[in-house]
Design a protein around this ligand. Structure first.
Ligand code: DX5
Ligand code: ZN
Length: 223
């Protein structure tokens, strides 16, 4: 079964709590929270205080995607704010493994993300350090972009390698995903699906999510 993780970047920031409730009621399991520092990516979003405020009214699993330089400085703040899983970028720090260990030592799940141009094989030696890998399907920084097709092959390569070597990791995909292309990603081996625009900007979030699950039924993920 896939996990749906709506990205609040596409929500209405003037009514964030209400929008989060909407996707929670629509049956999404995770809430994807994109933290951007204006340095690692050319955009600024929000930080731990916004996540802490949302935590008070939501039971969803908080999937925090850190697009920030030197994320080790802030992981404790995000755990305190209510993160259940923290994803750092492989490209954002000198020693990703030590940051991943730090995250796990705080009692939450750890994940590592790679940008479209980063070779997927950089993840192979560190699979024992992560609960999830995030394969970016767009350049990180902005919602509403088009999926970059070659990233789908990276998902397939990672799933094949993980299976061959006995790692039952989650593979998350993020950027430009909707009902039209979700089947390509699930059949390649992705099982955690981030979707911003295609859920928050849909007329009916429940039916958008139901259509996504139907795609997974047609194009199952062989995890
Ligand atoms: C991009 C973010 C994504 C983004 C996805 O840097 O990591 O999570 O919000 O938005 P959509 O689904 O609209 O491409
Ligand atoms: Zn994201």
């Amino acid at each position: 079964m896939i996990i749906i993780s709506p990205s609040v970047l596409a929500a209405n920031f003037a009514a964030l709590g209400k929008d989060v409730k909407k996707v929670e009621d629509a049956g999404a399991e995770y809430l994807h929270l994109d933290v951007m520092d204006g340095l690692f990516v050319p955009n600024i979003s929000f930080g731990a205080s916004v996540i802490g405020a949302l935590r008070k009214d939501s039971k969803m699993f908080f999937d925090v995607h850190l697009m920030i330089i030197d994320p080790d400085r802030y992981v404790e703040d995000f755990v305190k704010a209510g993160a259940d899983l923290i994803t750092i970028h492989y490209e954002s720090c000198e020693d990703p493994v030590s940051v991943l260990r730090h995250i796990r030592s705080l009692g939450v799940k750890a994940a590592v993300a790679i940008k479209p141009a980063t070779d997927v094989s950089v993840l192979y030696p560190i699979l024992s350090e992560i609960d999830m890998a995030l394969i970016m399907t767009v350049e990180p920084g902005f919602g509403g972009q088009k999926l970059i097709p070659h990233t789908i092959e990276k998902v397939a390569s990672l799933r094949a390698y993980a299976k061959e070597n006995g790692y039952d990791i989650d593979i998350e995909v993020d950027g430009g995903i909707g009902v039209d292309n979700l089947g390509l990603l699930t059949s390649a081996g992705a099982n955690v699906i981030v979707a911003g625009s295609s859920i928050f900007k849909a007329e009916d979030a429940s039916s958008a999510i139901a259509q996504m699950r139907e795609q997974e039924r047609l194009f199952p993920c062989d995890k």
